[in-house]
Design a protein around this ligand. Structure first.
Ligand code: SF4
Length: 300
């Protein structure tokens, strides 16, 4: 079994910086994070172990320090929290700030705002939170919900696959041929790198393991992309989800991970795969070719 890793995978700089800010803040006193800092149970646990709290709304926070995550919030939310007396520490990723600025500029120029993404995702709620009218589009059928407008301005959630975003923008242009449809590409560079590395991984692997939280949007997007090129794709949260019967001794196994997956989680999964690979390539005495140790017990 050969193991290969994606050229780009795992924690992005935005999430890494947000974790660092939360952990530094926790050293000087109780800290609360507004919303999920990362959609990953290992990171959530690591922060909870440092007595860092999580709340959905700033009104629920019990500490003076309040951290805004890499996903960002609307200006309305930020200002309401400031007025309520919280000491705000802002870990909003610069690339999410770019998405906010792009959207605001389109609105100021008179474009009707359309956001490609998941309506209930914290980042999209931040983007739409300052708008009175807008449409969120995740699939082609959602395009039917966009009202007829002369000018339509489109941005995207930073973690959507760029190919899908371009298809949806083309669909919007097709539905409104008379309208001026402006698209600002706000998909972040780390997402584009991870998506394109995932395509290469899917093309060159017999089976791919995608590591990330069950609720992580970008992890699921990686799995979806890879499934176009590889039929055996398994999304796991941690090493305990790995099953030996997913692999055969001759397989090339690809490994990738979402932008909120900690390095240690990835290392543990790779170590387990390497251990199986070594175990299964043992040549018992009297045999001329490698066999899988204990293969009779496994359901291949
Ligand atoms: S996924 Fe992209 S936009 Fe989101 S935190 Fe990471 S680098 Fe920033």
């Amino acid at each position: 079994m050969n193991i290969q890793t994606a050229k780009h995978m795992g924690l992005c700089f935005g999430v890494r910086d947000a974790i660092k800010l939360a952990e530094t803040s926790a050293k000087s006193g109780p800290t609360t994070i507004l919303g999920p800092l990362a959609h990953n149970p290992a990171i959530q646990k690591r922060l909870l172990d440092q007595r860092i709290g999580f709340v959905e709304r700033h009104e629920e926070a019990f500490t003076r320090e309040l951290i805004i995550t890499a996903h960002g919030v609307s200006n309305r939310t930020r200002e309401a929290a400031q007025q309520a007396g919280f000491d705000i520490k802002d870990a909003t990723c610069p690339l999410v700030h770019f998405a906010h600025r792009s959207l605001l500029q389109l609105v100021e120029e008179g474009y009707y705002p359309v956001i490609i993404g998941k309506a209930d995702h914290i980042e999209v709620r931040g983007l739409t939170g300052d708008l009175d009218t807008f449409t969120v589009v995740l699939s082609e059928s959602d395009i039917l919900n966009i009202p007829q407008k002369d000018r339509i301005g489109v941005v995207s959630q930073t973690t959507q696959p760029i190919d899908k975003v371009r298809l949806l923008v083309a669909g919007i242009r097709e539905r409104f041929p008379e309208s001026d449809v402006q698209f600002k590409d706000t998909v972040c560079h780390p997402t584009k790198q991870r998506q394109s590395a995932a395509v290469s991984l899917g093309k060159s692997s017999d089976v791919v393991v995608v590591i990330g939280g069950k609720t992580s949007n970008n992890t699921r997007q990686l799995s979806d992309t890879i499934s176009h090129y590889c039929t055996r794709v398994y999304q796991i949260e941690s090493v305990t989800d790995l099953k030996p019967n997913w692999f055969k001794e001759t397989d090339t196994v690809g490994v990738t991970a979402g932008t909120s997956t900690p390095d240690e989680t990835i290392r543990t999964v790779i170590r387990q795969l390497e251990a199986w690979s070594a175990e299964w390539s043992v040549v018992p005495q009297g045999k001329s070719s490698p066999v899988m140790a204990g293969s009779a017990d496994r359901d291949y």
